[in-house]
Design a protein around this ligand. Structure first.
Ligand code: HSE
Length: 310
């Protein structure tokens, strides 16, 4: 195979109680990317449509992730990449992760899959490091594995795929202010009290158990974040208002998507997720902010091929 076109899913990281360790992939929101072999042993970003992003390989997250893979590969050629961005950078739904994960997943396919999904996550994390100064894996892991993933450990890297209940839907609103992940990490405290730790790991355990047993009530009760959300939510206009309104429409729970400003809600079933979208729209329609709202099933798949060329 000489060329592949892939869908690169948007992702929701943290999912309230799982800061830097939990994430999920969306089924119907994402970028597209074309990757093809070239003779020169390098990575070239040929074009980016949809957003103003750097074309220089070492300044582009897909380029940096691709170089990390190329360094570990024995191949004598390189790759060129075309990126079709639908996910806005700084939106909180894994824009950089989609590009990093898409690039390395597609390159691996063109090389006849020498690398495992865990190795692909490690390469893609280099893109996250470029974007946010920290090589976090909670967006790139679900972008590669699909569904929900847990980063059980960073050193050594250990990714645990988590069962995704079939009726689980996400609704995401993106009020269009840009919050850089690197900035919204700087405002976090580096120490927490034991009391807050107990609340957080109780909820994280509850959420994982709720996902595996498809206990939607337990999933909802566990969507709480007592550590990060109180600090970051002050940066997001209408945050508390949205949280209240989505519960009135029957959402299981809600929180900040990644480092914000997007807010996500999880619901059982498309009907409730769509009502939740209506509530989010009604709130931001009264402000002078532009906004996007997405409703998506949680995808059981990560990056997916769209077309292949021999
Ligand atoms: N876990 C990261 C953070 C995700 O919250 O900073 C960024 O998308």
């Amino acid at each position: 195979m000489e060329e592949i076109k892939v869908f690169c899913p948007a992702t929701i990281a943290n999912v309230s109680c799982g800061f830097d360790v939990l994430g999920l992939a969306l089924e119907s929101v994402g970028d597209e990317m074309v990757v093809r072999k070239i003779d020169e042993p390098t990575i070239r970003i040929r074009k980016i449509i949809g957003q103003e992003l750097p074309l220089e390989t070492d300044k582009n997250v897909a380029g940096v992730a691709g170089l990390a893979l190329l360094e570990k590969s024995s191949c004598s050629h390189g790759f060129e990449i075309e990126i079709y961005k639908n996910i806005k950078p700084g939106s909180g739904i894994g824009s950089s992760a989609a590009s990093s994960a898409g690039a390395v997943w597609a390159m691996n396919q063109l090389l006849d899959t020498p690398f495992s999904p865990l190795e692909l996550v490690q390469f893609a994390m280099q893109g996250e490091k470029l974007a946010s100064k920290v090589a976090h894996a909670d967006n790139v892991a679900p972008a590669i594995y699909g569904g929900f993933t847990l980063v059980r450990s960073y050193a050594p890297l250990d990714i645990v795929p988590i069962h995704t209940p079939n009726e689980l839907y996400a609704t995401v609103v993106h009020p269009q202010i840009e919050i850089k992940t690197s900035d919204s990490r700087k405002i976090l405290k580096t120490n927490i009290t034991l009391e807050k730790g107990i609340q957080q790991w109780g909820n994280l355990g509850g959420l994982i158990a709720g996902l595996f047993t498809e206990d939607y009530g337990l999933i909802g009760r566990s969507l709480e974040d007592h550590i990060i959300e109180p600090i970051r939510s002050i940066l997001i206009p209408e945050f508390e208002h949205v949280k209240k309104a989505v519960m009135e429409q029957g959402a299981l729970g809600s929180g900040i998507s990644g480092s914000g400003p997007s807010i996500f809600a999880l619901s059982k079933g498309l009907e409730t997720a769509t009502k939740v979208a209506g509530a989010m729209k009604a709130i931001y329609a009264k402000t002078d902010l532009d906004f996007d709202v997405h409703v998506s099933k949680i995808s059981s798949k990560g990056v997916q091929p769209i077309t292949k060329k021999a």
